[in-house]
Design a protein around this ligand. Structure first.
Ligand code: FMN
Length: 365
């Protein structure tokens, strides 16, 4: 009976882990409730498999058993850290918990748990398998799939399917910063305003679309608004003059890829930076690079002796090549990387932005 419960619980745990990765389909509240379910299953699993702890310090174990012990210890530790990170990013059950609130970190920890679980479970298969080499190959392939699912699959799904509704009043940064010296201009680029979106938002496919109080907003637009609220700076959007990007996310991806390969410079409405000593450039990562309209903006202006502070948003790849690209386009400017913000962390980035601007401000004193 105990064994049967053990098998059912183990299968449940694997199923929950995979379903949890499909966050975009199940939504936040189901994700959090399933998370609780996972930890309940874990406790049952630990009670049933308590032989592991009892035999942990036994000597003369075969190498495969020692490897299993290391993986299991790592898995347990990662699950415990994941538990805290789950509470940190909670928007339903643990909203009072404010530590480890990075969605990016949460995803990496979940990927580590899934991968270590695959190896942990795979080792039982290895012990029973007649063809050990085949068993090892299966474990390696399953682990690679688990890593790929967490690192590429989940961000891809998020980018394709996610649309988040927020109330700006809840997210508006509370802190303000008194800037020392000449105020910078905030310049941002976002898909919103540069894409052929239908008036009906539901018809829009994809990624990174925020609804702030019923108004469609781009991630970078929201960050620009936060920066301006913190500082009182002026902002300008980089806006295409000619043809806009398609409303579909995947079509935009394709167009952006062609533009990047051709190093195109799409026409944009003029932005005059001549009256500013510095700008804060807020832009998305596109194909590991700056979007080509951002390149147009940088080429169309003279940044000699100016400071360009960078804030980038991305779907998992950080700054990509953008720092060196901007340095190359503006060789006589001082380029100061500030923050690379994962798209899921954007609505809650207010405090991080205030801290960042404060640190830049300190440099001015
Ligand atoms: C054309 C395109 C290409 C993208 N390429 C990448 C990429 O290479 N790596 C990445 O991590 N995110 C990538 N993303 C995701 C965006 O950087 C991310 O969703 C960003 O926050 C979107 O900002 P926006 O809503 O202001 O347009 C891409 C998005 C688009 C539309």
């Amino acid at each position: 009976m105990k064994k049967r419960i053990g098998v059912v619980v183990d299968i449940l745990m694997y199923l929950i882990l995979v379903v949890q990765m499909m966050y975009v389909f199940i939504g936040n509240n189901v994700h959090e409730l399933l998370g609780i379910g996972f930890f309940v299953c874990l406790i049952i699993h630990l009670c049933i498999k308590n032989w592991w702890a009892k035999t942990l310090l036994k000597k003369d174990k075969p190498a495969s058993r020692r490897f299993f012990d290391v993986i299991t210890a790592l898995l347990l530790t990662t699950i415990i850290i994941l538990m805290f990170s789950s509470m940190g990013v909670s928007r339903f059950l643990f909203t009072w918990f404010h530590v480890m609130g990075s969605a990016d970190l949460h995803r990496y920890l979940a990927t580590a748990v899934l991968t270590l679980s695959v190896i942990h479970g795979g080792m039982h298969g290895y012990w029973h398998a007649k063809r050990k080499k085949l068993a090892v190959s299966c474990i390696v392939i399953a682990s690679v799939i688990a890593v790929a699912l967490g690192i590429f699959g989940v961000p891809f799904l998020n980018r394709q399917r996610r649309s988040v509704e927020i109330s700006y009043a809840d997210k508006q940064p509370q802190e303000t910063v008194e800037w020392q010296g000449e105020k910078p201009l905030v310049v941002y680029f976002t898909r919103i305003g540069n894409s052929n979106f239908e008036p009906d938002v539901d018809a829009v496919s994809g990624a990174s679309l925020l609804m702030s109080d019923g108004e469609m907003m781009g991630n970078n637009q929201l960050l620009a608004r936060m920066v301006c609220d913190i500082t009182g700076f002026e902002s300008e959007a980089i806006t295409l003059k000619g043809e806009k990007y398609p409303s579909s996310y995947s079509d935009t991806i394709a167009v952006a890829s062609d533009e990047l390969k051709a190093q195109a410079r799409p026409g944009i409405e003029p932005i005059d930076v001549s009256n500013y000593d510095s700008i804060i450039l807020i832009y998305p990562l596109w194909w590991g690079s700056i979007p080509m309209p951002v390149a147009t903006f940088l080429e169309n202006n003279d940044f000699d002796g100016k400071t360009i502070y960078l804030i980038i948003t991305h779907g998992s790849s950080g700054y990509g090549n953008t720092i060196s690209e901007i340095e190359e386009l503006c060789p006589t400017a001082e380029v100061v990387p500030g923050a690379s913000i994962y798209c899921e962390d954007i609505p809650d980035a207010g405090d991080q932005l205030a801290e960042l601007i404060n640190s830049w401000n300190m440099g001015n004193k």
